[in-house]
Design a protein around this ligand. Structure first.
Ligand SMILES: Cc1cc2nc3c(=O)[nH]c(=O)nc-3n(C[C@H](O)[C@H](O)[C@H](O)COP(=O)(O)OP(=O)(O)OC[C@H]3O[C@@H](n4cnc5c(N)ncnc54)[C@H](O)[C@@H]3O)c2cc1C
Length: 427
């Protein structure tokens, strides 16, 4: 039977019960949001002897961090060639290096703390949905090699069988440095690693108010408690509420949904995704999929064109998409279906920095947050420790809210319809 429940939650390591914040507490840095970003910030601050408290509205990794595809990818949501055009090659090179370091950082933390999260550095396959997309991947390959000294391998349509058993795609490119993991187990392991270093994490503790005092302290209030600290970090990404209106309006939440099959035989799984890669395709409304440690196919996508469609229909659409890619799974049961919010900022690139009142923020990782969020947490921690002095190509001096943000749900729906049409008619 299909459950409206995340497969990651159903297969997670045993999780700790964490307290609700009650009464008054104090620390050096209070962090709002217990996803990868917030937990990594706490972890890296604690490593430097800074006392932290993390306040999470629900439970640790309730947001995108506990729900995503677990594809730990190099690069960003837009190709490096585009970033080089808009930011200049020097910044683009720094950004790309940062993304490679982010994957290494995640791997190092997992090994250091023996986090059981099935981390596999088996690379990513970017599947070309159209012949023209394969041409674009070839151009990107040239630029990555020439300007970034970074090799990726092109797979022609005739050789697609070496990566995937499907006729749906027209070839693709292979990035050997990407990975995949069980995202919720990584987040839970990161939370415990931060706690071992001295962090306190409170769950079911929604921050309702942030107040900066005259004596350079910050007081954050939940419905049952209050934390006084010398710095505050907002790490609420696509789950941002009205706590800080500028941040809320700077990140557009876009729903992404996933389904997971029943466990498949080793032979079948190996024949579908030959090298156990994290796969995503080049469509505007893309599919992303991978094998799990217990041999399920986890398959994600945007599901539907317009938010008014009911959930049943959205999952049915995604299931149809899965069968378009792998028709032989026709009789395979879907056991789990779930969704979450992906956060998009301007330029579809992550942003981190400090507001005028000193509040630190990081958001907008788009579909590339599994590695970059851990790096963002490290950078925020360094910025706090160095008194705001950190050089990062992702750093922003201020946030830039989207105009007409209140209309975002409608705008996203219209964009999805347009993208759906574009995916259908382009060659
Ligand atoms: C379905 C899906 C698939 C994805 N697949 C991939 C993938 O394969 N690879 C990849 O790289 N990226 C992927 N992403 C994106 C990635 O998951 C995110 O970029 C990343 O998890 C963001 O982490 P975060 O810590 O910044 O935010 P989140 O994990 O969303 O954490 C924010 C937290 O803040 C809490 N919060 C909000 N308001 C308050 C408040 N007032 N007080 C206290 N707490 C609050 C929320 O409850 C939430 O837990 C996917 C996302 C989704 C939804």
């Amino acid at each position: 039977m299909t459950t409206y429940r995340s497969m990651w939650a159903a297969t997670a390591n045993k999780r700790k019960e964490r307290p609700v914040l009650q009464g008054r507490a104090s620390c050096d840095v209070v962090i709002i949001g217990g996803g990868f970003t917030g937990l990594s910030t706490a972890y890296h601050l604690q490593q430097n002897g800074c006392q932290t408290i993390v306040l999470e509205k629900e439970s640790a990794a309730f947001g995108a961090s506990g729900r995503n595809g677990g594809e730990v990818l190099t690069g960003f949501a837009i190709p490096m060639s585009k970033i080089a055009k808009s930011k200049g090659i020097k910044t683009a090179k720094q950004m790309f290096r940062l993304s490679l370091d982010a994957v290494d950082l995640v791997e190092a933390i997992i090994h250091k703390h023996r986090i059981k999260c099935d981390f596999k550095k088996s690379g990513a396959f970017i599947a070309a949905a159209k012949p023209s997309h394969l041409e674009s991947l070839k151009k990107e390959q040239e630029i990555l090699q020439r300007d970034f000294n970074y090799p990726v391998k092109i797979i022609e349509k005739k050789d697609l069988e070496t990566e995937l058993r499907t006729s749906y795609y027209c070839g693709g490119s292979v990035d050997e440095n990407s990975a995949h993991f069980h995202p919720l187990n990584y987040a839970l392991g990161l939370a415990e690693a931060a706690e071992v270093l001295g962090a306190s994490i409170y769950e079911h503790s929604e921050v309702l108010k942030i107040h900066h005092t005259a004596n350079r302290k910050v007081v954050v209030t939940t419905d049952r408690g209050q934390v006084t600290a010398r710095a505050v970090v907002i790490a609420t990404n696509a789950y941002s509420g009205p706590l800080n209106r500028n941040i809320q309006k700077s990140v557009v939440p876009v729903e992404s949904i996933m389904i997971a099959t029943e466990p498949l035989s080793e032979e079948l799984m190996e024949s579908l995704i030959k090298k156990n890669r994290a796969v995503y395709d080049t469509k505007h409304l893309l599919f992303y999929f991978r094998r799990t440690a217990d041999n399920r196919l986890a398959f994600g996508g945007s599901g539907s064109s317009y938010s008014k469609q009911d959930w049943e229909k959205r999952y049915a659409n995604l299931h149809r998409g899965m069968l378009d890619v792998f028709p032989e799974l026709k009789n395979v049961r879907i056991e789990y279906q779930w969704g979450g919010k992906v956060g998009f900022a301007r330029e579809r690139l992550p942003q981190l920095g400090q507001l005028d009142d000193g509040t630190h923020f990081a958001f907008g990782f788009a579909g590339h947050g599994a590695a970059l969020t851990t790096m963002a947490g490290k950078l925020i921690a360094e910025s706090i420790i160095n008194g705001g002095d950190v050089t990062s190509p992702l750093r922003k001096e201020s946030v830039r809210p989207f105009p007409f943000f209140s209309q975002h749900a409608k705008a996203v729906g219209i964009m999805k319809l347009y993208y759906q049409w574009l995916d259908r008619v382009s060659r």
